[in-house]
Ligand binder design. Structure first.
Ligand code: MN
Length: 286
């Protein structure tokens, strides 16, 4: 059975542009090897925005060497990128953007949401690419709520939305470069779940809301991340109250992680190259 390794709390709050008030839950600067293949998790909200005619968000910026995964729970996010891909995603939707060799994009509140305002809550997760795939062509997967299978847990313990990987035969729609499971879970108060996950892989439980016991009954609370030991295949979760949980599981890459701003590579030489390529216009414009 997987036991708790440690609990990670927020590194603090900051604004991404003027649209995303986030808590950084982890980054490759603090737990790079423990959390690999994941690099960073920013949790935006829960908050409320008033109606506005302004365009709130973050303007054109580059990425190279990894993937950004945006999961919207409340509100709406629009995206436009240098591949000419654009679109809005709303509650339950996911955008999975492979920056690979390089992309420039902008991220804003969706127009419909901005007009009405209201609750806002989302996650942006950065997923690392293995060294051999860091310069893969950029790609975009727009995943709608309807495409994400929803599987019931036994004994009315709750539900699992399978974004990536598989749970009990339900296959998540996201195409990934390395094996991983990303599950958006709702657990009912008193609900117990026994999940089978590969031994040796990273497993972390982010409690978005509620209180959940993991492994030998350590309680993990709202906005806390439980990083589990890699040994064992069985993960036990037991909800004290109705809880919303994001489960992250994946094969660790065991490669050097060197990041600078929006670039995450394997060496400083590659970071210098990324900065030069960006400033010399080798990332195409939006
Ligand atoms: Mn971005």
């Amino acid at each position: 059975m997987k036991q708790l390794s440690f609990i990670k709390r927020s590194n603090g709050e900051y604004w991404v542009g003027d649209g995303f008030p986030v808590r950084n839950m982890f980054s490759y600067r603090d737990i790079a090897s423990e959390i690999s293949p994941f690099l960073l998790l920013d949790y935006a909200g829960p908050t409320e925005f008033p109606p506005t005619t302004q365009r709130l968000g973050v303007g054109q910026h580059p990425h190279r060497g990894f993937e950004t995964v945006s999961i919207v729970f409340e509100g709406q996010v629009s995206h436009h990128d240098s591949m000419g891909v654009g679109g809005s995603i709303g509650p339950g939707d996911v955008q999975w953007m492979t920056a690979g060799a390089g992309i420039i994009h902008e991220e804003y509140h969706g127009d419909d949401y901005a007009r009405t305002g209201g609750p806002f809550e989302m996650i942006q997760l950065w997923v690392n690419l293995p060294a051999k795939d860091k310069m893969t062509p950029p790609a975009y997967q727009g995943i709608t709520r309807a495409q994400i299978p929803l599987q019931l847990l036994p004994n009315e313990a709750g539900v699992v939305r399978v974004i990536a990987g598989a749970y009990e035969g339900a296959q998540g729609p996201a195409k990934t470069f390395t094996p991983m499971n990303i599950w958006d879970m709702h657990l009912n108060a008193g609900g117990r779940a026994s999940l089978m996950l590969p031994a040796g892989h990273t497993t972390a439980v982010f409690v978005i809301r509620g209180a959940v016991r993991v492994g030998d009954a350590h309680v993990v609370r709202t906005a806390e991340l439980a990083v589990m030991q890699r040994e064992g295949e069985q993960l036990l979760l037991e909800a004290d109250t109705d809880s919303h949980v994001l489960l992250l599981n994946g094969a660790p890459l065991n490669e050097p992680v060197v990041g600078h701003g929006p670039f995450v590579m394997n060496s400083w030489e590659e970071i210098d190259q990324a900065i030069r390529d960006y400033h010399e216009g080798r990332f195409s414009a939006v």
